[in-house]
Ligand binder design. Sequence first.
Ligand code: ADP
Length: 329
Amino acid sequence: MSEQKKVTRIGVLSSGGDAPGMNAAIRAVVRTGLYHGLEMFGIMRGYSGMIEDDIVEMESRSVANIIQRGGTVLKTARSKEFFQPEGRKKAYANLKKRGINGLVIVGGDGSFRGALKFSQEFDIPCIGLPGTIDKDIAGTDFTIGFDTAVNTAVEAIDKIRDTADAHDRLFIIEVMGRDAGYIALHSGIATGAEHILIPERKTDIEYVISSLQEKEKRKKLVNMIVVAEGDDFGGAEEVNKIIKERIPAADTRICILGHIQRGGSPTCLDRLVASRMGYHAVESLMKGRYNVMVGVMNNKMCYTPLEKAVKAKQTISDEWMRIVKILSS
Ligand code: ADP
């Protein structure tokens, strides 16, 4: 925090990986700013729009009817140019030209690294809002998009269980999560999966095999294995390969849920979290608290310096793993 000149014109952008609920955050930022009499701007396609001067003034109407929509009306992108000082200089010149003197960036840890660099080079205060389906950012219990993604996975896995049950099949379902297993853990527990394989835990494939063999003896033939794409053993294909080698009689199928997990109308929780964070982003800029990520921890707003708002493998407690084991037996 420091004494700085007043923020009067704020630019908002979504950047990096998309997540459902980004629209709700953009809406909250724009409307809170307008409420305080600030001028609000939407920056298209993340940092690319900043560099290419693709910036539009936003009114209250500009964000009408978007809270329930997935994706992001401002579009999102990854910008190679923004990694270069020349690119960031261009972006700054475009903001300066319009008198934009505050930024809200909805994105993941990569976008925050970009914002940190930018704020260190130029006098533009920045606020980050955690928008990622992976829930793997330090300094917040919630990230915008996670709840929707996990509910999409639950809905899909429930449907798969119906067909698995009809045919007595073993399904191996791969969900998103290159570095974090939260989608796998939450959706696996909520759908009663027999095994959940996540990057945070070393996968004991021998245990999986022996448990399947034991279940086969008991004629429990319907089994669901939920695996995060970044599991240390590999994704669904690798898990299937080894199961087929070791239990040739197993009737297995693979389902990779893929990008459906990123889309769709945000859940109530994601809309609430995004609205709350968006509101506090503007309030925070106005109070001179900036270059931080706005998060929520223990139901309280938290402000984490951008340099600390990094990808974090939050520990997945032994309690959850024990619950999985006991409830799936
Ligand atoms: P996410 O925000 O979802 O983690 P990325 O890691 O792709 O997504 O980051 C989004 C964008 O942020 C990048 O395309 C780039 O423009 C910018 N960015 C990321 N890291 C840096 C960095 N170290 N310096 C400058 N810009 C960066």
